[in-house]
Structure formats: structure tokens, C-alpha cells
Design a protein around this ligand. Structure first.
Ligand SMILES: *Cc1c(COP(=O)(O)O)cnc(C)c1O
Length: 422
């Protein structure tokens, strides 16, 4: 199957916008034809032409244990044999909820949904219903899924109103979202001074990992917590990536900061579509049927997804987190052998960038991204699959072993030489 990827992609282009089911998969940023994958195991996967890669994208985060982990597959299969969906309560929701509460004690009440986008959308609605306020703050460089109110960028100057960052988002939605820069205490103080009593919620990725890895100073997050408390504003941590990855209790545990609500996704489904929002029980009391805020889902709490999520969370031991931390350090060190490359890191999240010390989205230089795009193609030739955009973080998993690291180190050596020539 010499040109299998190209043939599949040409057909896909007739079916799907850009030939893909989610835009970054189209390889537009890095160029070339996206690979079509047919199977995966551990830290590796194989494309339709039989080429194998060490995967550093790992489906964008869910696969903290690796691809096709036998215990996760077995749990999903066992659930499948008992029926794919009931549209009624089932015991696996209780079991997964219990497990989540032991890992994240501040989640007093929760609801399962089917994606991170849905979790965020619902958490914002809960916050608005609870506070009876409309305005929310988000930060530039944080991604919260693709609901209308979150597809917003900063307005000009010190404008209070955001502007749609996507066509199709009504200005009215964007008007209710104020967008602030990360790593800017003064902008945060000013926004609260001006808008405090109107603010239903502030949402942030406590470890921003969707525009590179923009690790914030602890003082910034602590001050945000204080300002929210003082103003009766609901603080929402969007831990769809960081949850269960950087620590059992996610960034909230790592930083010892408790949000009012939290959103999860990715890891809690173990590779199946799941999201969750939850937190303070007085806030969650507004959710239907207990309260007036409507939120529902045909496949919410799906038994197969619950089983895959539970099997995943059960394997997240203290040892596993120590192992991921150790791996993260070794892979980042190996990566930095490429001249000019910096790899900021939190645990198993790594961001390769040809530029040091970036903490906010607007500081990323286009030259650094152009260099990444070049490196991406060279790494692919060496059998290393990086996320196909310089604004995405790389993910390690428990399945990234010494063999994969050795392969990666060889690739880094070759690619480093090529880049020196360029
Ligand atoms: C992936 C992601 C989302 C959206 O989740 P989907 O399941 O893709 O809808 C929301 N927030 C963060 C922080 C994410 O990384």
C-alpha cells in the first residue's frame, strides 16, 4: 500500500472539511499529508502504509497509560457485552464517581457529559445560574472547547467585551466574555476592580497547555483565587488536560488551590468520549432536576466509557506519577539536544519551542513556530510523531519506555544535524 495515506486523504477531502474530523489533524500548520492510522499499542502506532511511529501526541491527552492498554480494553469489552447504553442510571457511574472523589476530594457533586467542550459549557451555565450573573472572564492562550462563548479573543485596547475568534459566533455571545492576557496581574486586578460584581465565573487552565505550555506563576493563580472569593465569582479550573495527569488531583492538588468548579475530560474516559464537571455541592445544586439550570445528555454516563475511565484511573498510582515525572525529565533533556530548542515541562507534558521563557500567548514568535514546522517533518521521517502544530504540547505516557527513548534519542541526533545545516 504505497500511497495508502494519500489515497485515503483524497477520499476524505470529498467527505469532510479539510478531510478531517477535527481541524489540527489536517496537518495544515506543518504541511504534508496527514497519516491515517490503523492500529496502536503502547507508545506506538502504525499508519496505513505500515510505517510505525513513536507517538508523542497520544490522542491529545487521554492515553496516560498508553494505547490499547489490555486492562482498559478488557474493562470496556466486559461492559460492552452487557449493553452499549441504557439511557438510565447504571452502577458504573457510581463506581467511577467514588474513585474520582478519592482522587479529588473537592468534587462534592459531579455530572458526566460526553466531551470537554460540553463540560465547560455546562460548568459556565451552572456558574451563571448560581450567581445570577452573566459575564465571564477567560484568558488568551487557554482553550476551553468550542462552545460559542469560549470562541472569543480580546477586544481592542482595554475593552471589556471580547470579539468572536470564529465566524458563526454571534457578537452577543462574545460580549459576555472578557478576555485577559495570562501572566498579567495588573490586568487581572483592573478587570476585577471594574467588573467584579458582574462576574459569574473566571475560567482558566491552571496549567495552560493549548497554546504551548504557558506555566503561570503561583502568585498569579493564588491572587485569582482570592479575587474570585472576594467577589462571589465562581472559579472554574479547566483541567481537561491537567486533571489526573500532573497529579492524582490535577493542578489543583499540585498548586494547593481549590477551585469552585472543575472540568475534566480526556483521561477520565480512558480513550472513550467522556467529560465531567463538578465541585461545590451548593453550586451543583442548581443543576436540573435539583435546580433550575438545564443540562442533559443521551449518552452521558455511558457504561462503556465509564468502564474504560475507571480501568484507567485505577492504574494511576503514586508510583505511576513518579515514573511519569522521571520520564518527562529524561525526554525533555533528550529533546533539548536539538540546538536552540527549549522544552518547558510539567510532568509528562512537554512543549518543544525554539524560544525560551514564554508565559503568555502573544509572546510566541512566528520564527520559532516556523522552525518547529520544519522539525516536525524531519522527526516524522525518523519515526517520531509529534503533534502537528507548534502550539500543541507533546504527551508522554506510562508506555513510553527505554526502547522508545533510545529511538527518540537517535532521531533527535539526526534531526539536530539536519537543522544545523538549514
Ligand atoms: C481538549 C480540551 C477541551 C475540549 O475537550 P473536547 O473533548 O475536545 O471537547 C477543553 N478544555 C481543555 C483544557 C482541553 O484541553
Amino acid at each position: 500500500m504505497e500511497n495508502a495515506n494519500e489515497t485515503l486523504f483524497q477520499e476524505a477531502l470529498t467527505h469532510f472539511p479539510g478531510g478531517v474530523s477535527s481541524p489540527v489533524r489536517a496537518f495544515r500548520a506543518v504541511g504534508g499529508t496527514p497519516k491515517f492510522f490503523r492500529k496502536a499499542w503502547g507508545a506506538r502506532f502504525e499508519d496505513e502504509e505500515g510505517r510505525r511511529y513513536v507517538d508523542l501526541c497520544m490522542s491529545w491527552g487521554p492515553l496516560i497509560l498508553g494505547h490499547a492498554v489490555p486492562e482498559v480494553i478488557a474493562a470496556a469489552k466486559e461492559a460492552m457485552d452487557e449493553g452499549l447504553t441504557f439511557g438510565a442510571p447504571s452502577r458504573r457511574e457510581n463506581i467511577l464517581a467514588r474513585r474520582i472523589k478519592t482522587m479529588v476530594p473537592f468534587v462534592e457533586k459531579m455530572r458526566f457529559v460526553s466531551s470537554g467542550t460540553e463540560a465547560v459549557m455546562s460548568a459556565l451555565r451552572a456558574a451563571r445560574g448560581f450567581t445570577k450573573r452573566d459575564r465571564v472572564i477567560k484568558f488568551e492562550g487557554c482553550y476551553h472547547g468550542h462552545s460559542d462563548g469560549m470562541l472569543v479573543k480580546a477586544g481592542s485596547g482595554l475593552a471589556t467585551f471580547g470579539e468572536p475568534s470564529s465566524a458563526g459566533v454571534p457578537r452577543g455571545f462574545a460580549d459576555l466574555t472578557t478576555v485577559l492576557p495570562l501572566d498579567d496581574l495588573e490586568a487581572l486586578e483592573q478587570a476585577f476592580a471594574k467588573l467584579g460584581p458582574e462576574l459569574a465565573a473566571v475560567i482558566i487552565e491552571p496549567i495552560p497547555a493549548n497554546n504551548g505550555l504557558l506555566v503561570q506563576d503561583l502568585s498569579f493563580l493564588n491572587r485569582l483565587r482570592e479575587l474570585c472569593t472576594r467577589n462571589g465569582t465562581v472559579l472554574i479550573f479547566d483541567e481537561v488536560i491537567s486533571g489526573f495527569r500532573v497529579a492524582p488531583g490535577g493542578a489543583a492538588e499540585l498548586f494547593s488551590i481549590t477551585p469552585d468548579l472543575v472540568t475534566y475530560g480526556k483521561i477520565i474516559g480512558g480513550g472513550m468520549p467522556v467529560g465531567l464537571y463538578g465541585g461545590r455541592k451548593d453550586i451543583m445544586a442548581v443543576i436540573s432536576p435539583d435546580g433550575p439550570v438545564y443540562q442533559a445528555g443521551t449518552l452521558s454516563g455511558n457504561p462503556v466509557a465509564m468502564a474504560a475511565g475507571l480501568a484507567t484511573l485505577e492504574k494511576l498510582t503514586p508510583n505511576l506519577y513518579r515514573d511519569l515525572e522521571h520520564k518527562g525529565a529524561r525526554w525533555a533533556t533528550a529533546f533539548e539536544k536539538i540546538p536552540g530548542l527549549h522544552v518547558p515541562r510539567v510532568g509528562s507534558l512537554l512543549w518543544p519551542l525554539f524560544q525560551p521563557g514564554v508565559k503568555r500567548a502573544d509572546r510566541v514568535e512566528s520564527g520559532a513556530i516556523a522552525k518547529f514546522n520544519h522539525m516536525h517533518g524531519l522527526m516524522l521521517e525518523q519515526g517520531i510523531y509529534l503533534p502537528p502544530s507548534g502550539f500543541e504540547v507533546a504527551f508522554l505516557s506510562a508506555a513510553h519506555g527505554d526502547e522508545e527513548l533510545a529511538h527518540f534519542e537517535r532521531a533527535v541526533g539526526m534531526v539536530g544535524q539536519e537543522l544545523r545545516k538549514a
